[in-house]
Write a protein that binds this ligand. Structure first.
Ligand code: NAD
Length: 419
């Protein structure tokens, strides 16, 4: 049984105690408002029927409609979805969006499904969840192994069920289907703004700093390009199959094309691609565990939860951790990192760019408008920089880490709304 929900609550409890949160507000936040489990029948390509289990957890809507992604992964379970939904309530409050928190998931290895099976599964999930979804009720978005195409199927199925064109029922859609410009790279972009703001405060120069990235998917591959363009040296990347370390630096565009051709960033030799310019040293394959413990200035976590725990926190040699993934550091790991003076730019702040641009997409859909990318990025930067500075000030005020500072920022807002 996953302890993700419990450990998330433990961290929340600590923040509640520090800021003396009203006990009734904590009681309300302790349990999600609604949990729905669906058993989705799908006719497979071989004619058999397979049942998939899916969830939607609506944690809290005090500040606005439930908002949060849908994850397709074989390890999805209720505890995980509950924890992720709670984090969404907190995250939306950290960046001051008028939204609540929700999350969904389906227990499935989507790579084993054909495109037709994936569509049938998504439409089946939408049919079973439709009574609790809606532009003003609960608005899903992409998460691990879900994408714009999956969101388009949800939009289409929901619109058919309700008989109304409802683009605002999901975000993370392709631009041609009502998506926002800038949404695809928003999570990484928001994290990048937070990172740069922190680095400027520390008076550091990107050119003197190395970066390691765990998880080279949507969030990971975008942040790789951003840090590379800003002058940081990207020295290692990984995906679910393992990692690659190149002391001389990795060009993220090459890593991206290599992953597309050979299915893993590890397989460049197979694809016949070299990561580095000649003379910059050779690359070597490493495991994901080794990647986490590499000496570097910045470690970006953009894969899954519980990557840094009591068992490896003492070995982490990064000075700054940027959490683009949700819950990548567990509560025990977090305490060890704090004691060791490693700064964690926490998930509830660092990856909030995704939900922020989702919010912008939702607003554009409701207003039947399309903002330019320049407007989206300017609004995103303002939101992230303001949130970072509020969280930073809060952590200074209470002499606590940035995660606790972010939790207190969110709890204060939730308390003001709920009471
Ligand atoms: P994604 O599916 O595009 O990418 C996930 C990547 O992680 C893949 O490259 C996969 O190979 C890799 N991976 C899986 N298991 C791994 C492991 N054990 N070690 C190393 N790599 C591993 O997903 P994404 O959208 O980039 O999301 C990544 C994380 O960011 C998730 O925790 C997600 O909840 C979080 N997040 C994403 C968004 C978003 O807008 N995409 C927003 C907020 C938070």
């Amino acid at each position: 049984m996953s302890r993700f929900f419990e450990t998330t609550l433990e961290q929340l409890k600590k923040a509640a105690k520090t800021m003396k949160l009203s006990p009734s507000v904590f009681t309300i936040l302790e349990e999600p408002q609604r949990i729905v489990t669906a058993h989705i029948p799908v006719t497979m390509d071989n004619g058999t029927i397979q049942i998939f289990r899916g969830y939607r957890v609506q944690h809290n809507n005090a500040r606005g409609p439930y908002k949060g992604g849908i994850r397709y992964h074989p390890d999805v379970n209720m505890e995980e979805v509950k924890a992720l939904a709670l984090l969404m309530t907190i995250k939306c409050a950290v960046v001051n969006l008028p939204l609540g928190g929700g999350k969904g998931g389906i227990e499935v290895d989507s790579h084993k499904l054909s495109q037709r099976e994936l569509e049938a599964l998504t439409r089946g999930y939408t049919r079973l969840m439709a009574p609790i979804l809606g532009p003003k009720i609960d608005v899903p978005a992409p998460d691990v192994y879900t994408n714009a195409q999956i969101m388009a199927w949800i939009y289409d199925e929901y619109s058919k069920i309700t008989g109304k064109d409802s683009p605002a029922v999901v975000t993370g859609k392709a631009v041609g289907k009502g998506g926002s410009l800038g949404r695809e790279s928003a999570t990484a972009q928001g994290g990048f703004y937070v990172l740069m703001e922190f680095i400027q405060k520390m008076k550091k120069n990107p050119k003197d700093m190395t970066v390691v990235i765990q998880g080279f998917g949507n969030a990971g591959s975008f942040i790789a390009r951003m840090v590379h363009d800003a002058g940081f040296r990207l020295i290692a990347v990984s995906d679910s199959k393992g990692g690659l370390y190149c002391k001389g630096g990795i060009d993220p565009a090459i890593a991206y094309s290599c992953k597309r051709e050979s299915h893993s960033v590890q397989n460049c030799e197979i694809a016949g691609i070299e990561y580095t310019k000649k003379g910059e040293g050779v690359c070597k394959r490493i495991s994901n565990a080794e990647l986490l413990e590499l000496p570097c200035d910045i470690l970006v976590l953009s894969a899954l939860e519980n990557q840094i725990t009591a068992s490896n926190a003492k070995n982490i040699r990064a000075h700054i951790i940027l959490e683009l993934a949700n819950g990548p550091t567990d509560a025990e790991g977090d305490i060890i990192l704090e004691k060791r003076g490693i700064t964690v730019l926490p998930d509830i702040l660092a990856n909030a760019g995704g939900v922020t641009v989702s919010y912008f997409e939702w607003l554009q859909n409701l207003q039947k408008k399309q903002w330019t990318e320049k407007i989206v990025l300017a609004k995103l930067k303002k939101t992230m920089v303001e949130a970072f500075n509020e969280v930073y000030a809060m952590s200074r005020k209470y002499k606590i880490g940035l995660r606790q500072g972010a939790l207190i920022t969110a709890l204060k807002r939730l308390e003001d709304t709920i009471i």
